[in-house]
Design a protein around this ligand. Structure first.
Ligand code: ZN
Ligand code: ZN
Length: 369
């Protein structure tokens, strides 16, 4: 007699090609599943673990916005074109490649993977990345990484860059990350990524090189700095002044939390100091971005319902701006359309064969954010 038969005397022998026949409510709660043996006897086996969902992905030319974000679980959002990652609740493999990591605050769903990120980058010979953190929590963060050094008995390198509100750190030539304060239950920073371009002053446009050199030699400044906001990141926050900053409002891509979307969850958002869809709707009136990527939805929020409410309450061009990072199906369909448009443009340019059109969007069904 097998161990199975000994432990399950009423169920009979092991199934030959078992087949799942039902998901009884009580059985499912216990993490078990009924399977039917060849003999027709019902057996009860453990359920396999749930599959991890893949990273959310959006292409907002020229930026990819990718990552995973669920309120209270983990948030980690990467913009590979900027070598930048925002928060690291857990550390997906793709996040290791980011050279710069901005931490918004010390809640575990935003910082839990930090020590792992440092250690894995070291292990894989990737060199220390820069960790940009709110100055108010730099000390405990340093202490945490130091503790892991002791635990692992290795000198894991790390480059901590504390930023006070409005301080900046250059991450690429002329591209800076600027910190600004958010209003959450703990010290929290948002980040604006801005490019600083040197532009000739209006009054000198049209002058020859020799004339410009002469003006410069006389001690006058012939250029001015033009600031172009590229990306803004606002993690956990209540509605606050940061929402109407120029480097946020005018950023090409704004990545922001929206933890709650159901109308009766407004009170919860106030208690946890989070953004609610109602706040986003109001905010859209002043946002000039090309895309607003919403993250940090709670598992109770339904993205389909959220989109429906958005379409009912804002202008169509404003609703068009909004994407949900974890709405895999919509984002996949969007990417397929982008691929099709790119292939079509190339076919027209080269006189080649036209690509087949993408599949029509599927019937909306609710992935939950
Ligand atoms: Zn959070
Ligand atoms: Zn938080």
């Amino acid at each position: 007699m097998s161990t199975w038969e000994a432990e399950n005397p009423k169920l009979g022998g092991l199934p030959d090609r078992p087949r799942v026949v039902s998901w009884g409510a009580g059985v499912e709660q216990c993490g078990l599943v009924r399977v039917k043996a060849r003999s027709g006897v019902l057996l009860v086996l453990p359920k396999p673990p749930p599959r991890e969902s893949s990273l959310g992905f959006l292409f907002v030319p020229p930026y990819r916005v990718q990552g995973w974000s669920m309120a209270g679980e983990q948030t980690c959002v990467m913009v590979p074109e900027l070598d930048l990652c925002f928060d690291i609740g857990q550390c997906p493999r793709a996040a290791l490649a980011a050279k710069h990591l901005c931490i918004s605050h010390g809640h575990m769903d935003h910082i839990g993977g930090l020590a792992y990120w440092c250690s894995q980058r070291y292990f894989q010979g990737m060199g220390p990345g820069s960790i940009i953190v709110p100055a108010a929590i730099a000390k405990p963060i340093a202490n945490m990484i130091e503790s892991y050094r002791a635990l692992e008995e290795q000198i894991t390198p790390f480059d901590l860059i504390p930023l006070e509100p409005e301080q900046e750190h250059e991450i690429k030539n002329n591209i800076y990350v600027r910190a600004f304060p958010l209003e959450h239950t703990v010290a929290t920073s948002g980040y604006a990524v801005v490019e600083k371009r040197s532009k000739l002053r209006e009054e000198y446009v049209g002058k020859t090189q020799d004339e410009l050199r002469a003006i410069k030699d006389s001690g006058k400044e012939i250029t001015r700095i033009l600031e172009v906001p590229l990306v803004a990141y606002l993690s956990d926050t209540a509605p606050c002044a940061a929402l109407v900053r120029n480097d946020v409002r005018k950023a090409q891509v704004v990545i922001a939390e929206c933890t709650f979307s159901e109308p009766d969850h407004l009170e919860r958002s106030k208690v946890g100091r989070h953004l609610h869809l109602d706040h986003i709707i109001e905010w859209l009136g002043v946002l000039e971005c090309e895309k607003l990527v919403l993250i940090h939805g709670s598992r109770r929020s339904n993205v389909i319902e959220a989109r429906k409410r958005l379409r009912q309450l804002v202008k169509p061009e404003q609703a068009e701006k909004v994407e949900f990072l974890m709405d895999h199906r919509t984002n996949k369909e969007r990417y397929e359309r982008q691929l099709y448009e790119a292939q079509k443009a190339e076919a027209i340019r080269t006189g080649g064969r036209m690509p087949p059109p993408p599949r029509p969007p599927m019937r909306p069904r609710g992935p939950r954010v």
